[in-house]
Design a binder for this molecule. Structure first.
Ligand code: ZN
Ligand code: ZN
Length: 343
C-alpha cells in the first residue's frame, strides 16, 4: 500500500495524501510509525502559518514505531527495534554541543528531502520528525530504542508531552524534594508536569485550569490541591497573558516561573518589576523541558514500565490516521487528554 501522510499545504489547508518515502541515507533511519500523539504544537503550526516550517509541511512530531531500515553508519539501531522519535536531538558539532551542553543544541539535525509529495515536492516534517504518516525518515540521533513491552500508543507520548512535562520539572526547573509546585494548564503536558513533580518529591502540587474537570483529573496523577497556593515553582503550560501573570502572582520568595506553553504571535504580559525584584523571582523558558532524547527517553520508558509514570491513563482515544481532522478539532476538549493516531 502507498504511504500516507497528513500534509499542511498552505494556510489552514490540511489533507491526508499519498506520499513517497525514500530509503534512509548515511546516518538516517526509516521508521514505520505505529502510533502518534496529537499535540497542540501541530495545531500551532496550522494556526501560525507554518510556524517557521516551509510549506508543504508533514504534520506530527510525537511518534513511536518500528525501525524498518537504517542507512550507512548506523550501528546503534537495527530493523525491528521499537523506538520513540525525538524532535530535539543534538548535532554534536555546534558551539553548545562542543561546550558540553547538548540539551541546548543550536542545530538539531534533520533528514531533509527524504519524504515527498507524489509529484516529488519535498515535505518539511514538523520539528524534523513528521509522524502523522505511515513511515518517515529521521536522523539516527532522533531515534531512541525503548523496551518492546511498552505499548506504542503509550510510548509515543514520551516523544513530546511526557518529555516536555517531566523534564521541565527535573531539568529546566530542577524541582527539589519538598518544593511547593503549581501547574497552570492540565492537558497532557500539564499532567506530565504533575507526574514529574510527584517523582521529584514536591510537597504540594496545585493543579489549575479554566476547565474545572481537569484539576480534578490531575488528582489521579499526583496533584494534591485544586486551588491556587503560594509556590516555589510555577509552570505556565498555557502561555497566555492571564496564565503568565497568574503564575507570577503565585510565586513565593525566590521562586521560579517556568514558561512552557507556546503563545500565539504577539502575545505580551505585564510584569510588576518592583514586585519581581522584591520576590527575587526567576523566569525561565522551557523548550520541551530541555530534554535530550538519547538520555531521557530510556529512563522515562523505564519509569512507565515500573508504574512511576502513568501513561496509560493519558491515552484517552486511539483512532486511525484518517481521523486526524477530528483529533485536531477535539484537542483540549474535556475528557480528551491525548488522542493517539495509529497509521
Ligand atoms: Zn508536542
Ligand atoms: Zn548541537
Amino acid at each position: 500500500m502507498a504511504d500516507q501522510g497528513v500534509v499542511l499545504s498552505g494556510r489552514d489547508a490540511v489533507a491526508l495524501e499519498e506520499i513517497d518515502v525514500a530509503p534512509p541515507e548515511h546516518g538516517e533511519v526509516l521508521v514505520r510509525i505505529e502510533a502518534t500523539g496529537v499535540c497542540h504544537s501541530d495545531q500551532h503550526v496550522i494556526q501560525e502559518d507554518g510556524w517557521g516550517h516551509t510549506y508543504p509541511v508533514l504534520l506530527g512530531h510525537e511518534g513511536a514505531g518500528i525501525v524498518e531500515s537504517v542507512g550507512d553508519g548506523v550501528t546503534s539501531l537495527a530493523p525491528g527495534d521499537r523506538v520513540v522519535l525525538g524532535w530535539k536531538p543534538a548535532c554534536g558539532e555546534c558551539a553548545r554541543c562542543l561546550a558540553g551542553r547538548p540539551r541546548f543544541c543550536l542545530r538539531p539535525p534533520a533528514a531533509v528531502g527524504r519524504v515527498t509529495r507524489r509529484d516529488g515536492t519535498p515535505l518539511t516534517p514538523v520539528l524534523r520528525t513528521g509522524t502523522f504518516a505511515t513511515r518517515t525518515v529521521v536522523p539516527a540521533a532522533a531515534v531512541v530504542a525503548v523496551p518492546a513491552e511498552l505499548p506504542a500508543e503509550q510510548a509515543c507520548l514520551i516523544g513530546c508531552a511526557v518529555a516536555t512535562g517531566v523534564m521541565s520539572v527535573l531539568e529546566t526547573a530542577k524541582v527539589r524534594e519538598g518544593d511547593r509546585v503549581s501547574v497552570i494548564g492540565c492537558g497532557a503536558v500539564g499532567l506530565s508536569v504533575v507526574q514529574g513533580a510527584r517523582i521529584a518529591g514536591a510537597s504540594e502540587i496545585h493543579a489549575l485550569d479554566l476547565d474545572p474537570a481537569k484539576p480534578e483529573q490531575a488528582l489521579g496523577f499526583g496533584a494534591t490541591d485544586v486551588e491556587p497556593g503560594r509556590s516555589d515553582v510555577v509552570f505556565d503550560v498555557v502561555g497566555r497573558r492571564a496564565t503568565f501573570e497568574q503564575g507570577l502572582s503565585l510565586l513565593a520568595s525566590g521562586g521560579t516561573l517556568v514558561l512552557i506553553g507556546l503563545s500565539p504571535g504577539g502575545e505580551t504580559a505585564a510584569v510588576d518589576l518592583p514586585r519581581l525584584f522584591a520576590r527575587r523571582a526567576h523566569i525561565v523558558v522551557s523548550h520541551g523541558g530541555d530534554h535530550l532524547p538519547a538520555e531521557d527517553f530510556p529512563r522515562l520508558a523505564r519509569w512507565a514500565l515500573d508504574g512511576e509514570l502513568n501513561l496509560a491513563a493519558m491515552v484517552s482515544r486511539v483512532a486511525p490516521l484518517d481521523a486526524w481532522d477530528e483529533a485536531l478539532r477535539t484537542l483540549g476538549d474535556a475528557g480528551v487528554i491525548r488522542t493517539v493516531l495509529t497509521p
